[in-house]
Design a protein around this ligand. Structure first.
Ligand code: F0G
Length: 454
């Protein structure tokens, strides 16, 4: 059930087939280089692209643009405290700003960071600090066909093996990303969260939750973890987050805002250590983000995020959100496309390796699928396989992310139709080769240019 309706619309148009062919070539076969007005259905990301509520638009007008002591920041602190249970907030312009602030306080050259799976910006920040990002997915997480309620969980076996290898003194941070974006948006159970917290405590590491999609995760917990069958998403979210020492948050996801983010630090049980971490994060925030009562955001953006954080846990929103993504997965499956199962929280992931067995991994089957979906339907998705994660052993996934409260079923049917059309000529699809790429390998998918292999 939806608890909202549209009252403002934005025109979109489907460019002609000839135009789409030309756009692909001009863009170097990289969807990040395509102008948004050449895209009909934009599923590149669920980040900052959703629809704000009337309450959020009204809140924009109340933004306090003061440099110091902004009332809007006080509203954000209250929302983070009420919804997430964290009293200490360092505002940042978006999630990666928060990553820079927090990980910059914790990670040094030669350290190892453990994560159920690093998202690309997280991986890049750890590497940029001289650390080594190590993923700890559970068995089967990277298999698109294996059933499982919590395929996003963190593998303690893998983590223990890594600690045995490098020594616990070299593992300052353990991160749990909920939901697990790099693993098909799969949820993480509260039971696993408790175990990871315990493990982090054992090895003396700071336990960080990347909370970008905390409410979607809580909705899965409500549906799948027996202990929480009768609990509210709001209560589950607070419970799950309560185990962390600190959070990194991108408001562009579940702050339901177009920009924004923050670091949050727990008060207890960290005690003195937590107070020190909060203080250091604030100082680093001043350097990179802005004074601790705006952190790179306008006061109006802070207001919108503060309201969005409350809306995201309000029933029936989380239920409608997960249901819409599941419906999208069913539409794509019915069209004959190989869908990663179970369907995750913010996106449907397609297995391009399965779709194009004739395209070798070093010719980027996922990127080929991104291009073909655009060619067929003006649909923009993103590759999260061997093009985005070079050298990482993972399936050739393509993510079709749904912006929040934005598209209707008809839009999703159009995407499924585009998928069905490309199935008819799947054997003719050629792989791609990189023509030029930027120097940072973790970020190459944002700007590299490609061409079809001969
Ligand atoms: N952590 C996770 C798990 C993310 O998914 C993202 C962003 C970030 C951190 C960084 O946040 O974009 O506000 O700087 N994910 C977007 C995506 C970009 O498309 O999945 P940001």
């Amino acid at each position: 059930m939806r608890n909202y309706k549209a009252k403002m619309v934005e025109p979109i148009t489907l460019p002609s087939r000839e135009r789409r062919d030309a756009v692909l070539e001009e863009a170097g076969y990289n969807a990040f280089n395509v102008a948004a007005e050449d895209v009909y259905i934009d599923l590149l990301t669920d980040s900052g692209t959703g629809t704000m509520s009337d309450a959020q638009w009204a809140a924009l007008m109340r933004g306090d643009e003061s440099y110091a002591g902004s009332r809007s920041f006080a509203h954000l602190e209250e929302a983070v405290s009420d919804v997430m249970g964290f009293p200490n907030v360092v505002p940042c312009h978006q999630g990666r700003g928060a990553e820079n602030v927090l990980y910059g306080c914790l990670v040094e050259e030669g350290d190892v960071v453990l994560n159920n799976a690093h998202f690309d910006t997280t991986r890049a920040h750890v590497a940029n600090l001289g650390g080594e990002p190590v993923d700890c997915p559970v068995e089967g997480a990277r298999d698109p066909d294996i059933a499982g309620d919590f395929k996003g969980d963190f593998s303690l076996d893998r983590a223990r093996a890594a600690v045995d290898e490098v020594g616990h003194e070299n593992v300052p941070v353990v991160v749990l990303t909920i939901t697990n974006n790099s693993t098909a948006g799969q949820p993480v159970s509260v039971a696993n969260t408790r175990e990871v917290a315990e493990f982090a405590r054992e090895i003396g590491a700071t336990f960080v939750i990347d909370a970008c999609r905390f409410a979607e995760n809580a909705e899965f917990v409500r549906r799948r973890e027996a202990e929480f069958a009768d609990a509210s998403v709001a209560d589950i979210a607070r419970e799950q987050l309560s185990y962390a020492d600190a959070l990194v948050m991108s408001g562009k996801k579940e702050g339901l805002s177009n920009v924004g983010g923050f670091v949050a630090v727990a008060e207890e049980p960290g005690g003195e250590a937590a107070a020190q971490l909060f203080e250091r994060a604030k100082q680093r925030g001043i350097l990179y983000e802005g004074f601790p009562t705006y952190g790179g955001m306008a006061g109006r953006d802070i207001e919108a995020m503060a309201v969005g954080l409350r809306e995201v846990v309000e029933p029936p929103y989380p239920e409608a959100r997960i249901d819409q993504v599941a419906t999208f997965g069913d539409l794509l499956s019915e069209a004959g496309l190989p869908v990663y199962r179970p369907v995750g929280g913010h996106a449907v992931y397609l297995d391009a390796g399965d779709l194009f067995p004739n395209v070798a991994p070093d010719e980027y089957p996922g990127q080929a699928l991104v291009c073909e979906l655009y060619r067929e339907g003006g649909v923009r998705g993103v590759e999260l396989g061997s093009f985005a994660f070079p050298g990482v052993d993972r399936p050739e996934l393509v993510r079709l992310a749904l912006p929040r409260r934005t598209y209707a079923r008809e839009h999703l049917e159009h995407v499924a139709d585009a998928g069905a059309a490309l199935l008819d000529r799947r054997r003719e699809v050629r792989g791609l080769e990189v023509v030029s790429e930027p120097p940072v390998p973790e970020l190459r998918h944002f700007s590299a240019e490609l061409r079809p292999v001969e």
